[in-house]
Design a protein around this ligand. Sequence first.
Ligand SMILES: NC(=O)c1ccc[n+]([C@@H]2O[C@H](COP(=O)([O-])OP(=O)(O)OC[C@H]3O[C@@H](n4cnc5c(N)ncnc54)[C@H](O)[C@@H]3O)[C@@H](O)[C@H]2O)c1
Length: 422
Amino acid sequence: MLLVGLGAVSTTTIAGVMAIRRGLASPIGSLTQMGTIRLGKRTEGRAPKINEFVPLASLNDIVFGGWDIFEADCYAAAKTAGVLEPAQLEQVRPELEAIKPMPAVFDQRYVKRLDGPNVKKGKNKRDLAEQLIADIRAFKAKHGCDRMVMIWCGSTEVYMKEAAVHATIDSFEKGLEQSDDAIPSSMVYAYAALREGLPFANAAPNLTADIPAMLQLAAKMKSPIAGNDMKTGQTLIKTIIAPGLKARLLGVKGWYSTNILGNRDGEVLDDPESFKTKEESKKSALDYIFQPHLYPELYGDLTHVVRINYYPPRGDNKEGWDNIDLIGWLGYPMQLKINFLCRDSILAAPIVLDSVMFLDLAKRAGMSGIQEWLSFYYKSPMHAPEVYPEHDLFIQLMKLKNTLRYLQGEDLITHLGREYYD
Ligand SMILES: NC(=O)c1ccc[n+]([C@@H]2O[C@H](COP(=O)([O-])OP(=O)(O)OC[C@H]3O[C@@H](n4cnc5c(N)ncnc54)[C@H](O)[C@@H]3O)[C@@H](O)[C@H]2O)c1
């Protein structure tokens, strides 16, 4: 597993997998490790564990590597991130210390609040991409890997829109040579991964692989891709609550969400340009779930506000508040308040693990391009241009499980269930 950025999310994932495979901790939150899947009729009683139903890689077979702009090894980086208890990190310390970040492709113009010494130099972005490809090959040879997956767990970059240079593989490669400004660091990594035929996931809200050139490259190299922006704290809760309100046709006039968080991610998001990328990603979910064009009376004039405040004392322990102004029968108003005291990286780590496991499976199953069945994990799910993204967590889960049934030649489950009553 190759991770871009060895920050809070990556180190929590890596240290977590190390602890889990030594039997020191439990993979709570991971569908690939704990989930089951119903097969056939309810009367058959078949519900194997997902990792016994589909041929996933074993945790014991995973080796980790990554890039960061800081030189700290994975143990030191995990200590700085301050997510896991020091005593827990001690248990896997030698393994963590052995992971030293490779020099990064980084340009401060795309992440204004960061700067670090462990950065590659190159004559243009193409040269930097080739250096990443050399890193990937060297890692593969050194560790004897059969397969690899890359996931961007680097910081949120400044807000960018699709540009002409993103249109085709050709225009993108010319852009790399000319070090075009519309190619941020994350795209250089995605390009390197896809060129090597690796599956690629984007855990952040950046544009990264969500441009036509990358989709063409993924198709050409048969690489599956997934993203964008992991669905963890507040948006996870939003996509749990909103489908329920909509199912009961309760109207929503306003949804005010605010957060405090104090990790490095929070510091980066304190820059308005990085925040804009996050804000766009966070705001779209409600629109798609509520479908105001179909239900104008219920959701047509919804005010949706999202705030993130950088507040260092809390570190990775984010606190989110939601106030939802509802309307019920005959238009009577109600309110719902949610106060979620969560841990950002504890919610993110199982998503990183599952994304990598499922992308590796997809690659072996010959599925390339956007893996919409992995929308389950993402705030801004990648999707084909002709369809809207599906944000409802429960539809996403059904789609994911049906994809696994389909891959293994089992009947899809429609929940029709007439056979029990006919
Ligand atoms: N719950 C969550 O934690 C969560 C949820 C959704 C999305 N995300 C996103 O995941 C990403 C990682 O979050 P985090 O909490 O680990 O952040 P973090 O700040 O702890 O770690 C990010 C790391 O990326 C490194 N980095 C930045 N640019 C790089 C580059 N070009 N090359 C190599 N390394 C680079 C930084 O030095 C840092 O160590 C962020 O973009 C965040 O918005 C996190």
